[in-house]
Design a protein around this ligand. Structure first.
Ligand code: ADP
Length: 451
């Protein structure tokens, strides 16, 4: 049964169930038929004997039977006996014991030589000392024989019945499982063609298979999107790495051919150094993004003063103090990983300078609301057009990729968003093109257990 299809298993189980139900029904019918036969014979016997009794008279000691009296009617034999139990009229069936004792008004079963009878005796008083016994006998059908016949019929018809049940069950199972075949065929086609754009697309319905197909289609949709994103990510990453690499290679070739003085070599080495730095920064960002994505970036959160952390980032980076203004509320505590949060703040402040005006300003503020802790980084720079404000969070997305040498690879904000989310927070942007941007980090207040 292990290698059977579900359809076959269901068909076999349905057949067994139907056969078991049929056997149960047969057993029930057999047991009930005995009782029914006994009951109908009993009432037939009683009605016949009582009707005959009403038609018996004995004026001046002479037996008189009224019109309609019958010694054998409706399968019931009627016998008339004197007070002394001497047979006066009627014929005792062959095999029935003549000396069977009389019991007035009691219907009972009596076994004769070959047959079984129901017997009912009634006493008919004619005067205060004389009377007659009226005895009714009804032969009971041979129960064993009818049971045997019924079982024989059942056994003979069993193979046909099982064949019909098995065929019917298989047809029902096949019909019920037809949508599953479509689902399997579609999934196999998608798998074989390695084309995730295929869909099962069962007609809409409320049954389990339609729901399964819709779930699968949703899954294929997400798989396709993440597969495409993965492809894009790999292509972008290799492209971004290839650019500094080809600059390094070009600088080496040029140096070997044309560099003569130590100053020229110094310049080449400085260029290679800058490109190597940008490559290693890119690789670090890629690694961090991948780890955050896969959830393998281990967070080491601790209770941090957000204002103090923002202050140390601004001071250590050595931004021009005349252009940087801070408003950092004291004691705004957050539960966060210091390395990741430092990286997040660095990215936002660096962007504010990168995309600011040459003599513009950057404002960094830390504050607290009832709902969360806020870090805002605002600039009066080039701003972001409204239709680009959602896209800047995508990996490798840059509003203007030709922004100059300062421009990164478009990974910073994607990482910022991931870090915020890893801390149960979020980051948002408000920006007016050509006027400036304001990035806000929302982090939850530490819980009582974290304090
Ligand atoms: P990049 O390495 O290009 O800075 P980011 O992911 O940090 O990548 O930013 C994505 C894009 O969002 C940038 O290329 C830039 O176009 C835009 N951007 C980010 N910060 C600012 C800002 N403060 N002002 C204007 N544009 C910004």
């Amino acid at each position: 049964m292990k290698n059977w299809s579900v359809k076959q298993k269901i068909a076999v189980l349905l057949t067994l169930l139907t056969a078991a139900m049929a056997a149960l029904l047969l057993f029930f019918m057999l047991s009930i038929s005995n009782t029914v036969v006994l009951q109908t014979t009993r009432s037939r016997l009683s009605a016949t004997v009582r009707r005959n009794l009403a038609l018996v008279e004995m004026p001046q000691g002479k037996l008189q039977l009224g019109n309609g009296f019958s010694f054998y009617n409706n399968g019931v034999t009627t016998l008339l006996y004197s007070k002394n139990k001497a047979l006066l009229a009627g014929q005792i069936p062959v095999g029935f014991r003549a000396e069977e004792p009389f019991q007035s008004g009691v219907t009972r079963t009596v076994q004769s030589a070959d047959d079984q009878y129901l017997v009912l005796d009634l006493w008919l008083p004619l005067d205060w000392e004389n009377g007659l016994w009226v005895r009714g006998l009804a032969e009971l059908p041979d129960q064993q024989e009818s049971t045997r016949n019924l079982i024989l019929v059942a056994v003979l018809s069993l193979p046909v019945f099982i064949l019909l049940a098995a065929g019917g069950s298989y047809l029902i199972a096949r019909r019920a499982f037809r949508p599953l075949e479509s689902i399997t065929a579609a999934a196999m086609a998608i798998n074989e063609a390695k084309d995730l754009s295929g869909r099962i697309a069962l007609p809409p319905g409320r049954d389990e298979f339609s729901q399964l197909a819709t779930t699968f289609d949703g899954m294929f949709e997400r798989l396709e999107r993440s597969f495409e994103a993965e492809k894009q990510f790999t292509a972008d990453a290799s492209h971004e790495l290839r650019t500094p690499l080809s600059v390094i290679k070009g600088a080496c070739d040029y140096g070997k051919k044309y560099n003569e003085t130590p100053d020229e070599w110094q310049e080449t080495i400085a260029m290679i150094d800058r490109q190597a730095d940008s490559m290693s920064q890119l690789i670090a960002q890629l690694l961090s993004i991948t780890r955050l994505d896969q959830g393998t970036e281990l967070l080491h959160p601790e209770l941090l003063d957000l204002g103090e952390l923002a202050q140390s980032v601004c001071t250590e980076a050595g931004y021009p103090t005349a252009r940087l203004q801070t408003d950092l509320a004291a004691g705004v505590m957050v539960w966060a990983d210091p390395t990741l949060l430092t990286r997040l703040i660095q990215n936002l402040v660096e962007n504010a300078f990168k995309y600011g005006r040459p003599e513009g300003h950057v404002w960094v503020s830390v504050s607290r609301t009832d709902a969360d802790c806020l870090l805002k980084v605002r600039d009066d720079g080039i701003g972001i057009p409204p239709d680009q404000q959602e896209k800047i969070w995508q990996r490798f997305y840059q509003v203007d990729p030709s922004h100059g040498e300062q421009c990164g690879a478009g990974l910073g904000l994607s990482m910022v968003r991931q870090i915020a989310q890893a801390h149960g927070g979020r980051v948002s942007v408000e920006s007016v093109h050509e006027v400036g941007s304001c990035f806000t980090l929302h982090l939850p207040h530490p819980t009582a257990a974290q304090k």
